[in-house]
Design a protein around this ligand. Structure first.
Ligand code: PLP
Length: 388
Protein backbone atom coordinates (compact mmCIF):
# COMPACT_ATOMS: atom_id res chain seq x y z
CA UNK A 1 0.00 0.00 0.00
CA UNK A 2 1.09 3.53 -0.69
CA UNK A 3 2.33 5.46 2.33
CA UNK A 4 1.80 9.22 2.55
CA UNK A 5 3.04 10.91 5.70
CA UNK A 6 1.27 14.23 6.30
CA UNK A 7 1.95 14.65 10.01
CA UNK A 8 5.19 16.67 9.98
CA UNK A 9 4.02 18.94 12.82
CA UNK A 10 3.88 15.89 15.03
CA UNK A 11 7.34 14.73 14.06
CA UNK A 12 9.50 14.54 10.94
CA UNK A 13 11.53 11.81 9.29
CA UNK A 14 15.22 12.21 10.05
CA UNK A 15 17.21 13.58 7.11
CA UNK A 16 19.66 10.92 5.79
CA UNK A 17 22.52 13.45 5.94
CA UNK A 18 21.75 14.06 9.63
CA UNK A 19 21.66 10.35 10.36
CA UNK A 20 24.98 9.83 8.55
CA UNK A 21 26.62 12.56 10.63
CA UNK A 22 25.29 11.08 13.88
CA UNK A 23 26.42 7.58 12.92
CA UNK A 24 29.89 8.76 11.94
CA UNK A 25 30.23 10.66 15.22
CA UNK A 26 29.06 7.74 17.39
CA UNK A 27 31.39 5.33 15.59
CA UNK A 28 34.31 7.60 16.37
CA UNK A 29 33.63 9.09 19.81
CA UNK A 30 31.76 8.09 22.93
CA UNK A 31 33.37 10.38 25.50
CA UNK A 32 31.55 12.35 28.16
CA UNK A 33 32.01 16.07 27.44
CA UNK A 34 32.64 16.67 31.16
CA UNK A 35 35.68 14.34 31.28
CA UNK A 36 39.06 16.03 31.27
CA UNK A 37 40.82 13.29 29.26
CA UNK A 38 41.16 13.09 25.49
CA UNK A 39 37.85 11.25 24.89
CA UNK A 40 35.97 13.80 26.90
CA UNK A 41 37.65 16.77 25.32
CA UNK A 42 36.95 15.43 21.83
CA UNK A 43 33.25 15.13 22.67
CA UNK A 44 33.25 18.56 24.29
CA UNK A 45 34.86 20.17 21.24
CA UNK A 46 32.20 18.61 18.98
CA UNK A 47 29.43 19.75 21.33
CA UNK A 48 30.73 23.31 21.48
CA UNK A 49 31.08 23.37 17.71
CA UNK A 50 27.40 22.32 17.45
CA UNK A 51 26.42 24.98 20.00
CA UNK A 52 28.24 27.63 17.95
CA UNK A 53 26.42 26.59 14.77
CA UNK A 54 23.01 26.62 16.44
CA UNK A 55 23.70 29.98 18.10
CA UNK A 56 24.82 31.51 14.78
CA UNK A 57 21.66 30.26 13.04
CA UNK A 58 19.53 31.99 15.70
CA UNK A 59 21.63 35.16 15.84
CA UNK A 60 22.59 34.30 19.43
CA UNK A 61 25.84 33.84 21.36
CA UNK A 62 26.94 30.24 22.04
CA UNK A 63 26.78 30.87 25.81
CA UNK A 64 23.07 31.64 25.45
CA UNK A 65 22.18 28.15 24.14
CA UNK A 66 21.20 25.50 26.73
CA UNK A 67 20.60 21.95 25.51
CA UNK A 68 17.48 20.18 26.78
CA UNK A 69 15.67 16.92 26.07
CA UNK A 70 13.33 18.67 23.61
CA UNK A 71 10.70 21.36 23.25
CA UNK A 72 8.70 20.35 26.33
CA UNK A 73 11.67 20.66 28.64
CA UNK A 74 12.76 23.93 27.03
CA UNK A 75 9.26 25.38 27.57
CA UNK A 76 9.20 24.16 31.18
CA UNK A 77 12.64 25.58 31.89
CA UNK A 78 11.68 28.94 30.40
CA UNK A 79 8.30 29.41 32.04
CA UNK A 80 8.82 27.66 35.36
CA UNK A 81 12.43 28.80 35.57
CA UNK A 82 11.62 32.47 34.98
CA UNK A 83 8.57 32.36 37.27
CA UNK A 84 10.58 30.83 40.10
CA UNK A 85 13.48 33.21 39.56
CA UNK A 86 11.09 36.19 39.67
CA UNK A 87 9.06 34.98 42.66
CA UNK A 88 10.33 37.71 44.95
CA UNK A 89 9.17 40.37 42.44
CA UNK A 90 5.70 38.98 41.80
CA UNK A 91 3.52 35.99 41.00
CA UNK A 92 1.72 36.84 37.78
CA UNK A 93 2.26 35.07 34.45
CA UNK A 94 0.84 35.91 31.02
CA UNK A 95 0.39 33.38 28.26
CA UNK A 96 -2.23 32.66 25.59
CA UNK A 97 -5.06 30.18 25.26
CA UNK A 98 -3.56 28.73 22.07
CA UNK A 99 -0.21 27.55 23.46
CA UNK A 100 1.02 23.98 23.22
CA UNK A 101 0.35 21.92 26.35
CA UNK A 102 4.07 22.14 27.18
CA UNK A 103 3.41 25.79 28.11
CA UNK A 104 -0.27 25.60 29.15
CA UNK A 105 0.15 22.73 31.60
CA UNK A 106 3.29 24.35 33.04
CA UNK A 107 1.37 27.56 33.71
CA UNK A 108 -1.50 25.56 35.23
CA UNK A 109 1.02 23.83 37.51
CA UNK A 110 2.40 27.20 38.57
CA UNK A 111 -1.14 28.34 39.40
CA UNK A 112 -1.36 25.44 41.85
CA UNK A 113 1.87 26.72 43.42
CA UNK A 114 0.22 30.10 44.03
CA UNK A 115 0.99 32.02 40.83
CA UNK A 116 -1.81 33.85 39.03
CA UNK A 117 -2.15 33.55 35.25
CA UNK A 118 -3.77 35.60 32.51
CA UNK A 119 -4.60 33.62 29.37
CA UNK A 120 -4.87 35.95 26.37
CA UNK A 121 -7.40 35.02 23.71
CA UNK A 122 -6.94 35.38 19.97
CA UNK A 123 -9.01 36.66 17.08
CA UNK A 124 -10.90 34.49 14.60
CA UNK A 125 -7.76 34.17 12.48
CA UNK A 126 -5.84 32.76 15.46
CA UNK A 127 -3.71 35.82 16.23
CA UNK A 128 -2.91 37.13 19.74
CA UNK A 129 -3.02 40.92 20.11
CA UNK A 130 -0.14 43.05 21.39
CA UNK A 131 -2.66 45.65 22.65
CA UNK A 132 -4.33 43.00 24.82
CA UNK A 133 -0.95 41.93 26.14
CA UNK A 134 -0.22 45.52 27.12
CA UNK A 135 -3.50 45.72 29.02
CA UNK A 136 -2.79 42.46 30.83
CA UNK A 137 0.64 43.52 32.15
CA UNK A 138 0.82 44.11 35.89
CA UNK A 139 3.58 45.37 38.18
CA UNK A 140 3.85 41.81 39.55
CA UNK A 141 4.10 40.06 36.14
CA UNK A 142 7.24 37.90 36.08
CA UNK A 143 7.14 36.21 32.67
CA UNK A 144 5.24 36.35 29.37
CA UNK A 145 5.13 33.30 27.07
CA UNK A 146 3.51 33.46 23.62
CA UNK A 147 4.30 30.99 20.86
CA UNK A 148 5.74 31.85 17.47
CA UNK A 149 3.79 29.47 15.22
CA UNK A 150 0.84 27.39 16.29
CA UNK A 151 1.22 23.63 15.98
CA UNK A 152 -2.43 23.01 15.04
CA UNK A 153 -3.11 25.82 12.58
CA UNK A 154 0.36 27.07 11.63
CA UNK A 155 -0.75 30.65 12.37
CA UNK A 156 2.22 32.95 12.98
CA UNK A 157 2.06 35.29 15.98
CA UNK A 158 3.34 38.89 15.90
CA UNK A 159 6.19 37.95 18.25
CA UNK A 160 8.26 41.05 17.57
CA UNK A 161 5.38 43.35 18.65
CA UNK A 162 4.44 41.12 21.58
CA UNK A 163 8.03 40.88 22.82
CA UNK A 164 8.44 44.66 22.57
CA UNK A 165 5.47 45.11 24.90
CA UNK A 166 6.82 42.62 27.44
CA UNK A 167 10.41 43.80 27.35
CA UNK A 168 9.35 47.46 27.32
CA UNK A 169 7.96 46.75 30.77
CA UNK A 170 11.13 44.91 31.81
CA UNK A 171 9.45 41.50 31.87
CA UNK A 172 11.22 38.46 30.36
CA UNK A 173 9.51 37.32 27.15
CA UNK A 174 9.59 33.67 26.07
CA UNK A 175 8.47 32.27 22.74
CA UNK A 176 7.93 28.63 21.86
CA UNK A 177 9.45 28.52 18.36
CA UNK A 178 9.28 24.73 18.06
CA UNK A 179 7.06 24.91 14.95
CA UNK A 180 8.83 27.95 13.49
CA UNK A 181 12.53 27.03 13.30
CA UNK A 182 13.53 26.07 9.77
CA UNK A 183 10.19 27.27 8.39
CA UNK A 184 10.29 31.06 8.87
CA UNK A 185 13.16 33.39 9.83
CA UNK A 186 13.98 33.06 13.53
CA UNK A 187 16.51 35.56 14.87
CA UNK A 188 16.47 36.30 18.58
CA UNK A 189 17.60 39.92 18.25
CA UNK A 190 15.24 40.76 15.40
CA UNK A 191 12.40 39.25 17.43
CA UNK A 192 13.62 40.86 20.66
CA UNK A 193 12.85 37.77 22.76
CA UNK A 194 14.60 36.79 26.01
CA UNK A 195 13.98 33.06 25.73
CA UNK A 196 13.16 30.81 22.76
CA UNK A 197 12.47 27.06 22.62
CA UNK A 198 13.37 24.70 19.78
CA UNK A 199 13.19 20.96 19.17
CA UNK A 200 15.23 18.98 16.62
CA UNK A 201 12.62 16.39 15.66
CA UNK A 202 10.42 19.08 14.12
CA UNK A 203 13.06 19.93 11.48
CA UNK A 204 14.22 16.49 10.33
CA UNK A 205 16.58 16.00 13.25
CA UNK A 206 16.56 13.36 16.00
CA UNK A 207 14.01 13.05 18.80
CA UNK A 208 14.87 13.75 22.44
CA UNK A 209 17.00 16.83 21.86
CA UNK A 210 16.14 20.50 21.92
CA UNK A 211 17.43 23.75 23.27
CA UNK A 212 16.41 26.86 25.11
CA UNK A 213 17.94 30.19 24.12
CA UNK A 214 18.31 32.36 27.24
CA UNK A 215 19.43 35.93 26.68
CA UNK A 216 22.33 37.09 28.81
CA UNK A 217 21.20 38.50 32.17
CA UNK A 218 17.83 36.72 32.04
CA UNK A 219 17.51 34.77 35.27
CA UNK A 220 16.09 31.27 35.21
CA UNK A 221 15.99 28.78 38.10
CA UNK A 222 16.95 25.26 36.92
CA UNK A 223 14.35 22.50 36.90
CA UNK A 224 16.83 19.75 37.75
CA UNK A 225 19.57 19.51 40.33
CA UNK A 226 22.87 17.76 39.82
CA UNK A 227 26.18 18.50 38.12
CA UNK A 228 27.32 21.80 36.68
CA UNK A 229 26.53 20.99 33.03
CA UNK A 230 25.08 23.66 30.73
CA UNK A 231 26.43 26.44 32.92
CA UNK A 232 24.48 25.13 35.92
CA UNK A 233 21.11 25.57 34.22
CA UNK A 234 20.56 21.98 33.08
CA UNK A 235 22.46 19.21 34.89
CA UNK A 236 22.94 15.77 33.35
CA UNK A 237 25.36 14.31 30.80
CA UNK A 238 24.54 15.91 27.48
CA UNK A 239 22.90 13.96 24.64
CA UNK A 240 25.96 14.54 22.51
CA UNK A 241 24.90 12.48 19.48
CA UNK A 242 21.54 14.24 19.51
CA UNK A 243 23.27 17.61 19.75
CA UNK A 244 25.45 16.79 16.71
CA UNK A 245 22.29 15.73 14.85
CA UNK A 246 20.36 18.85 15.85
CA UNK A 247 23.10 21.19 14.62
CA UNK A 248 23.30 19.41 11.26
CA UNK A 249 19.50 19.29 10.89
CA UNK A 250 19.18 22.98 11.69
CA UNK A 251 21.90 23.90 9.22
CA UNK A 252 20.11 22.03 6.44
CA UNK A 253 16.67 23.38 7.40
CA UNK A 254 17.81 27.00 7.50
CA UNK A 255 19.82 26.65 4.29
CA UNK A 256 16.79 25.26 2.42
CA UNK A 257 14.21 27.40 4.21
CA UNK A 258 13.39 29.83 1.40
CA UNK A 259 13.17 27.19 -1.33
CA UNK A 260 11.10 24.90 0.85
CA UNK A 261 8.83 27.77 1.88
CA UNK A 262 8.13 28.50 -1.78
CA UNK A 263 7.64 24.85 -2.73
CA UNK A 264 5.39 24.05 0.25
CA UNK A 265 3.34 27.24 -0.22
CA UNK A 266 2.54 26.17 -3.78
CA UNK A 267 1.82 22.62 -2.73
CA UNK A 268 -0.47 23.55 0.16
CA UNK A 269 -2.31 26.24 -1.87
CA UNK A 270 -2.90 23.61 -4.54
CA UNK A 271 -4.08 21.11 -1.89
CA UNK A 272 -6.57 23.57 -0.32
CA UNK A 273 -7.85 24.64 -3.75
CA UNK A 274 -8.39 21.07 -4.91
CA UNK A 275 -10.03 19.83 -1.71
CA UNK A 276 -12.37 22.81 -1.38
CA UNK A 277 -13.39 22.58 -5.04
CA UNK A 278 -14.12 18.83 -4.85
CA UNK A 279 -15.84 18.72 -1.45
CA UNK A 280 -18.55 21.06 -0.12
CA UNK A 281 -18.57 22.62 3.33
CA UNK A 282 -14.84 22.44 3.99
CA UNK A 283 -13.27 25.36 5.85
CA UNK A 284 -9.65 26.39 6.35
CA UNK A 285 -8.92 27.22 10.00
CA UNK A 286 -6.52 30.08 10.67
CA UNK A 287 -5.39 33.08 8.74
CA UNK A 288 -4.80 32.03 5.09
CA UNK A 289 -2.02 34.55 4.50
CA UNK A 290 -0.27 34.39 7.86
CA UNK A 291 0.51 30.72 8.26
CA UNK A 292 3.41 28.34 8.13
CA UNK A 293 2.50 27.16 4.62
CA UNK A 294 3.10 23.50 5.35
CA UNK A 295 0.26 23.37 7.92
CA UNK A 296 -3.27 23.06 6.58
CA UNK A 297 -6.04 22.72 9.18
CA UNK A 298 -9.36 21.91 7.54
CA UNK A 299 -12.82 21.41 9.06
CA UNK A 300 -15.21 19.07 7.26
CA UNK A 301 -18.78 19.75 8.36
CA UNK A 302 -20.77 16.79 9.60
CA UNK A 303 -17.94 14.32 10.18
CA UNK A 304 -15.74 13.53 13.14
CA UNK A 305 -12.03 14.08 12.76
CA UNK A 306 -11.17 10.68 14.25
CA UNK A 307 -13.27 8.89 11.59
CA UNK A 308 -11.48 10.77 8.82
CA UNK A 309 -8.09 9.89 10.32
CA UNK A 310 -8.95 6.19 10.47
CA UNK A 311 -10.33 6.15 6.92
CA UNK A 312 -7.24 7.94 5.57
CA UNK A 313 -4.98 5.59 7.55
CA UNK A 314 -6.60 2.63 5.76
CA UNK A 315 -5.42 4.21 2.51
CA UNK A 316 -1.92 4.75 3.90
CA UNK A 317 -2.35 8.50 4.49
CA UNK A 318 -1.23 9.66 7.94
CA UNK A 319 -2.68 12.88 9.37
CA UNK A 320 -3.85 14.05 12.78
CA UNK A 321 -6.83 15.82 14.26
CA UNK A 322 -7.07 18.79 16.56
CA UNK A 323 -9.42 17.01 18.89
CA UNK A 324 -8.08 14.52 21.40
CA UNK A 325 -10.06 11.40 22.23
CA UNK A 326 -10.37 11.16 26.01
CA UNK A 327 -12.47 8.50 27.75
CA UNK A 328 -14.45 7.74 24.65
CA UNK A 329 -15.50 11.33 23.99
CA UNK A 330 -13.96 13.84 21.63
CA UNK A 331 -12.46 16.81 23.39
CA UNK A 332 -12.44 19.71 20.94
CA UNK A 333 -9.19 21.48 20.16
CA UNK A 334 -8.48 24.28 22.65
CA UNK A 335 -6.90 26.26 19.80
CA UNK A 336 -9.94 26.15 17.52
CA UNK A 337 -12.19 26.87 20.51
CA UNK A 338 -10.13 29.98 21.34
CA UNK A 339 -10.54 31.08 17.71
CA UNK A 340 -14.31 30.81 18.09
CA UNK A 341 -14.69 28.06 15.47
CA UNK A 342 -18.19 26.54 15.47
CA UNK A 343 -18.05 23.48 17.84
CA UNK A 344 -19.52 21.27 15.09
CA UNK A 345 -16.62 22.24 12.85
CA UNK A 346 -13.98 21.72 15.53
CA UNK A 347 -15.12 18.08 15.75
CA UNK A 348 -14.40 17.61 12.07
CA UNK A 349 -11.00 19.27 11.98
CA UNK A 350 -7.96 17.63 10.46
CA UNK A 351 -4.39 18.84 10.42
CA UNK A 352 -2.48 18.02 7.25
CA UNK A 353 1.16 18.95 7.77
CA UNK A 354 3.68 18.65 4.98
CA UNK A 355 7.45 18.81 4.92
CA UNK A 356 10.74 18.19 3.19
CA UNK A 357 9.88 14.84 1.64
CA UNK A 358 6.25 15.58 0.68
CA UNK A 359 5.67 15.33 -3.08
CA UNK A 360 3.02 16.58 -5.48
CA UNK A 361 2.16 12.97 -6.25
CA UNK A 362 1.41 12.31 -2.57
CA UNK A 363 -0.83 15.37 -2.43
CA UNK A 364 -2.67 14.22 -5.57
CA UNK A 365 -3.20 10.79 -3.98
CA UNK A 366 -4.65 12.46 -0.86
CA UNK A 367 -6.85 14.82 -2.89
CA UNK A 368 -8.20 11.81 -4.81
CA UNK A 369 -8.90 9.80 -1.64
CA UNK A 370 -10.73 12.48 0.36
CA UNK A 371 -14.04 13.00 -1.54
CA UNK A 372 -15.13 9.37 -1.31
CA UNK A 373 -14.22 9.21 2.40
CA UNK A 374 -16.08 12.41 3.29
CA UNK A 375 -19.15 11.45 1.22
CA UNK A 376 -19.31 8.02 2.88
CA UNK A 377 -18.88 9.40 6.41
CA UNK A 378 -21.48 12.10 5.81
CA UNK A 379 -23.96 9.55 4.47
CA UNK A 380 -23.55 7.63 7.75
CA UNK A 381 -23.96 10.74 9.91
CA UNK A 382 -27.15 11.03 11.97
CA UNK A 383 -27.15 14.81 11.67
CA UNK A 384 -25.42 15.87 8.45
CA UNK A 385 -27.81 17.28 5.89
CA UNK A 386 -30.87 16.39 8.03
CA UNK A 387 -31.74 19.94 9.10
CA UNK A 388 -32.42 23.10 7.07
N1 PLP B 1 5.76 23.23 21.44
C1 PLP B 1 5.14 23.04 20.27
C2 PLP B 1 4.53 24.22 19.57
C3 PLP B 1 5.06 21.76 19.71
O1 PLP B 1 4.43 21.60 18.54
C4 PLP B 1 5.64 20.68 20.40
C5 PLP B 1 5.52 19.30 19.86
O2 PLP B 1 4.53 18.95 19.25
C6 PLP B 1 6.30 20.92 21.62
C7 PLP B 1 6.34 22.21 22.10
C8 PLP B 1 6.95 19.81 22.38
O3 PLP B 1 8.17 19.47 21.79
P1 PLP B 1 8.87 18.06 22.12
O4 PLP B 1 8.07 17.02 21.41
O5 PLP B 1 10.26 18.19 21.58
O6 PLP B 1 8.87 17.89 23.61
Amino acid sequence: MKSVYLDYNSTTPIDPAVLAEMQAFSAETFGNPSSVHWYGQKAKAAMENAREKIAALLGARPAEIYFTSGGTEADNLAVKGAAHAGRSRGRHIITSRIEHHAVLKTVQYLEKEGFEATYLGCDGAGVVSAAELKQALRPDTVVVSIMMANNETGVIQPVRELAAVGRGAGIPFHTDAVQAVGKIPVNVDELGVDMLSLSAHKFCGPKGIGALYIRRKTTVTPLLHGGSHERRKRPGTENIVGIIGMAKAMEIAVERREDEHRRLSELSDYFVREVTSRIGEVYLNGSPGNRIPSTVNLSFRGVEGESIILSLDLKGIEVSSGSACTSGSLEPSHVLQAMGVDPILTQGSIRFSMGRFTTREEIDYTVAALPEIITRLRSMSAVYGKSS
